[in-house]
Write a protein that binds this ligand. Structure first.
Ligand code: FE2
Length: 290
């Protein structure tokens, strides 16, 4: 079977032209796996999967993981499908959903291998807002000047849930904070030797720098990585499904208020763990103001 995947932009994005009946065909699964590395995010227009079909496809791509269950209060009956919605009847932690308005990498603040890939299907759309943007952190690193690459490669970054939720809460309540910030390399050398930046709103400071210096660097790099050449913006149509390489992309959603909007997310386990729990001393030093 020939699988047609059309590039969207030179540095990111692909459209997979298949019918739903072929979704779990081994040729499709293999093409998706390999093209995901190169294109970062793949779109299956209006394929209209249900949960069982999405889980079956997720299982073909790799080992299914519901890392959301690690979040206090998350719905343990979710059957590995996390429902991204502001409807409090369905998702009892809308502050985490509001946090997705800001660039992030799924799982970066958790002490576990980063999820390899994320599958997201559009079940109910909002009338305004709600497009999802993806930024290619491999391409963002590759395009840096050589001297800057060398300087950044030595740096470690402290990632906190607090920073990810600060835009939502201002000062997040204590029960929303994880006791153990993660420390990741700023430049992640993957097992296959490729390198990407590891960034997001949860990146809260650079080890060895005063707080303002570290955050200024991180925010400048985030803006660099979010420039149009590295970004694909997906305007959802009913039934669209996207898959992205969570290890090498950051993503965010354009703000929406519609409580009916619902996206169903499944995640594929990663094998690589770029960081570890930061020591309290490193965290304290990283957040020294002056
Ligand atoms: Fe996300």
């Amino acid at each position: 079977m020939i699988v047609q995947i059309d590039p969207v932009k030179p540095q990111i994005g692909g459209i997979v032209r298949i019918s739903k009946a072929d979704l779990c065909n081994p040729a499709v699964v293999e093409a998706v796996r390999s093209t995901l590395e190169e294109r970062g995010v793949l779109v299956f227009p209006e394929i209209a999967v249900n949960d069982a079909e999405q889980l079956a496809f997720t299982d073909r791509l790799g080992e299914r993981v519901n890392f959301t269950r690690r979040v206090p209060g998350s719905d343990s009956s979710a059957n590995d499908v996390y429902k991204v919605t502001l409807d409090k009847e369905i998702n009892n932690e809308p502050d985490y959903v509001l946090g997705t308005f800001f660039w992030h990498v799924d799982g970066a603040t958790m002490d576990m291998p980063l999820p390899k890939a994320t599958v997201l299907s559009g079940r109910a759309l909002s009338s305004t807002g709600g497009a999802t943007e993806f930024a290619n952190l491999f391409a963002a690193y590759a395009a840096l000047p050589a001297a800057e690459k060398a300087a950044l490669e030595c740096l470690s970054v402290v990632h906190t849930i607090e920073a990810g939720l600060r835009p939502v809460w201002g000062h997040p309540p204590p029960e929303r904070l994880a006791p153990s910030p993660m420390q990741h390399p700023l430049v992640w050398t993957h097992a296959d030797g490729r390198k990407s930046l590891l960034l997001g709103t949860h990146a809260d400071g650079v080890v060895g720098m005063k707080a303002a210096h570290g955050r200024a660097l991180l925010w400048r790099l985030q803006q660099w990585a979010a420039q149009p050449d590295f970004v694909y913006r997906h305007e959802w149509r009913q039934g669209d499904m996207v898959v992205w390489n969570n290890e090498g992309l950051m993503h965010r959603v354009e703000p929406y208020t519609d409580g009916h909007r619902a996206m169903h997310r499944t995640s594929i386990a990663g094998r690589e763990k770029p960081g570890y729990i930061a020591s309290p001393e490193a965290v304290a030093k990283t957040f020294e103001p002056v």
